[in-house]
Design a protein around this ligand. Structure first.
Ligand code: SF4
Length: 407
């Protein structure tokens, strides 16, 4: 039995125990619906976060502080799971990689009603199978109608059923400002997928979406409204890596624009996988290694505080990241000589492969007490010596391979 079938069955089995009296517990869940619409989100990436929602009133159900993503870890190390599903698999758009695209011909249309979706979510949540909901959707025939249904689903959960679990809602391209405002009142996190890194790249994957009007303008609405209202886990976006022939540098530059101009909380990457019957079914699969290296650049920018110009040094002449760790390539370019842990600033220590924010802080703290003499002391601070050695000098010792790295 697949996980989704299991989820569907768990929802089915638990409904008589947990569904609130006002819900019709005699109605059967459509297991196929739960399974197919759940499967439809497999390329959507959602966020790991742990932002508490303020509790108002005492008649709430469930945990009020839980938040996170499907089978992933919060920053505090807790594994959480969300019920991740599409509302409908019907879509009027023609994205070349998507099995729900209108260009794939007639698919069997499957949709929830808001009541059904609320019921399945509540059943899973109250039985402790999930800690929240990640809700995405095709755009149906009329995106306004679908957006209204998405809002009604989360309204039912939040207001009628006092649901305090985490809700991450995908905003459909072209959604009005009023609907976005209503979404912010109800959910923890919003996201709107940019899917590609520029207007011209978007034209390579779809003829129906307008990058500036449907995507960027709506992101600005989310940004502006969330500055005035409470959106506890912020807003995020996602791009499909390699669907439109773009290189890593184009993606990296769009990521910078998203962080700086749109004030997103996180950028997610999903490597392109060809799906049968779609327009892009014959395109080559993109390795998850490429996705991973892009996440490394995101981490270096966001967490390590690297300047974009430093990260750009890691791209090759075709705009792609090397197959090895980009931090090693960056170190080759930005470190002009070996780094002495007893003298280097925290920022400079962070440029050494194998030294992260925690180990850099520990080194700076420890050397105030006493000089670092031996390399093995560094290991105690969390330094990965195998990676850091070529870039370090300590107490008269210097790795002989340094020159090889620097050239
Ligand atoms: S908008 Fe594009 S990616 Fe989203 S469901 Fe429709 S066809 Fe698929």
């Amino acid at each position: 039995m697949t996980n989704l079938e299991k989820i569907a069955r768990l929802a089915e089995e638990s409904k008589y125990d947990v569904v609130r009296p006002e819900m019709d517990s005699e109605e059967e869940f459509d297991l196929q619906k739960v399974s197919i619409l759940g499967e439809g989100t497999k390329h959507d990436v959602c966020a790991s976060t742990a932002t508490p929602r303020i509790v108002k009133g005492i008649d709430r159900i469930g945990s009020v502080s839980s938040a996170g993503i499907c089978h992933s870890f919060t920053p505090d190390g807790r594994c959480v799971s969300l019920f991740k599903t599409l509302y409908t698999n019907k879509c009027s758009q023609d994205c070349g990689y998507c099995p729900n695209s209108s260009s794939c011909g007639e698919n069997k249309t499957i949709s929830y009603t808001p009541e059904e979706l609320a019921k399945v979510t509540l059943s899973l949540y109250q039985s402790n199978y999930v800690e929240g909901l990640f809700l995405s959707s095709g755009m149906g025939k009329d995106e306004d109608l679908i957006m209204e249904s998405l809002i009604e689903s989360v309204r039912l959960l939040r207001e009628d059923h006092k649901f305090q679990g985490y809700i991450h809602l995908k905003v459909l391209p072209g959604t009005s400002k009023d609907y976005i405002k209503r979404c912010i009142e109800l959910v923890d996190r919003l996201s709107l997928n940019i899917e590609t890194c520029s207007e011209s790249r978007m034209q390579e994957v779809t003829s129906t979406k307008d990058y500036r009007y449907d995507i960027l303008r709506r992101q600005r609405y989310i940004r502006d409204l969330s500055e005035k209202m409470d959106l506890p886990a912020g807003h995020t976006t996602q791009t499909i890596v390699g669907a439109s022939g773009e290189n890593d540098r184009e993606i990296f530059e769009s990521m910078l624009r998203e962080y700086r101009r749109m004030k997103i909380k996180r950028m997610y990457f999903s490597s392109f996988t060809p799906v049968e019957r779609t327009e892009f079914e014959d395109k080559e699969n993109v390795s998850t290694g490429r996705e991973h290296r892009l996440y490394q650049t995101d981490w270096l920018f966001r967490v390590y505080g690297f300047e974009p110009r430093e990260i750009i040094a890691a791209f090759d002449e075709h705009g792609f990241l090397p197959k090895k760790d980009p931090k090693i390539e960056i170190a080759r370019h930005v470190l002009d000589e070996a780094v002495d842990p007893n003298e280097a600033s925290k920022e400079r220590l962070l440029r050494v492969p194998g030294i992260g924010p925690k180990s850099a802080s520990r080194i700076v703290r420890a050397r105030k007490e006493k000089e670092i003499i031996k390399r093995r002391e560094l290991a105690k601070f969390g330094v990965v010596l195998k990676r850091a050695r070529p870039f370090l000098k300590l107490n008269g010792w210097k790795d002989t391979t340094l020159d090889r790295w620097m050239t």
